[in-house]
Write a protein that binds this ligand. Sequence first.
Ligand SMILES: Cc1ncc(COP(=O)(O)O)c(C=O)c1O
Length: 436
Amino acid sequence: MGPKFICRKPGPKSVEILERDRKVISPSLTREYSFVFKKAKGCHVWDVDGRKYLDFSAGVAVMNIGHTNPVIEKAIHQQAKNAIHAGFSDFYAELPVKFVEYLLTFLPKHLNKAFLSNSGTESVEAAYKLARWHTNKKWVIAFKPSFHGRTMASLSLTNAKPVQKERFYPFLPVKHALYPYCYRCPFKNKEHDACTNLYLDVLEQKISECDKDLAAIFLEPIAGEGGYIVPPKDFVQGVKELCDKYDILLCDDEVQSGCYRTGEFLAIENFDVKPDIVSLSKAIGGGIPLGATVANEKIMDWLPGSHANTFGGNLLACSAGISTLKFMREKKLGQNATKIGNYMMRRLYEMKERYELIGDVRGIGLMIGVEIVKDKKTKEYGVKERTDILCKASEKGLLLLPAGISSIRICPPLILTKKQADLGLDIFEDSVKEIC
Ligand SMILES: Cc1ncc(COP(=O)(O)O)c(C=O)c1O
């Protein structure tokens, strides 16, 4: 069996690599279409056959500072001349300390200690273990839908696609409450306030089921893989109030939504809520694997040996991390995300009025979801239509990713200009028009 082409047949070099990939790479990965990456710069990527694409996926929300940013190239070159790896879990080194000191200047003041790792799932795994260590309690609550990663604690929290969990049972003790999905609210015909209270009632019910043995609630301030779903502000605030009422830790998963993607450094800041533990990764290393779990020193009270790793505090990653954060601050990427994001949302709202296939548009900053439906009245998921739009857009030179059952996520690098935003949205609109 040859490679499966979801969109049109790719160029000859791509076909050759797809064939080799099929022979040696684990089939567990999910590739939406047959794009074979060659190189990237700023907001553009090229495939191995020389086709150029505007990138509205940012390497899955990683390249916030733009692809192949010279500041990262410089940072890792310079550091590599001195040392690459220090064995930070067993020896001391200045660079990881410097990185964390600098990272803390971006965060609310009460967050003053960090555990370093290499990926999103590890930064969530560390948050989970820290919450259980600190409280010495067993249960945690997460939401449906949610995505927190694929190692066993993160996967226990995750509740998105069945295939992600199938055959991996049993999981750790996690209960799932309902994430507010206003476009598909299960509490139909209720006023907004009433709905929020009903979602919070479900959550409070889950809290009571944990019998005072509940360590933490894990929350994505915007559900990422679940469909770029934005919860109402009073819901997020209500979650925090319940955490305070029952003395539960609030663990904020900012792996996808953090690093200025929503305008604020942490997406949860848009909701005026202070979390107890924060998980960061993806964009924080400027493309180099890096994760950080941050909390107050009173919470980060675990003993030596209770949690550690080999590569956390890697020198190349920390050097890249410092340069990434500096670039984000100096170039005011949060402000750009808000400005360009608001502009794109206005254009997408207009498209929603024009096209039957666009059921919902939602987002904050440059974390934007567009839900594709078969028709607006029934809201039937437009699963095939979503794939067709992604394929059409890629044929026309725009790289997009799916999210949730039938949504498209728009998460470009935060350096995106208005001109590039317009070009991408023109391609997107043409693609929707053709599928309509
Ligand atoms: C919110 C969230 N948490 C955790 C993860 C897991 O990150 P990683 O794939 O780096 O393990 C992801 C990945 O998409 C994510 O979106």
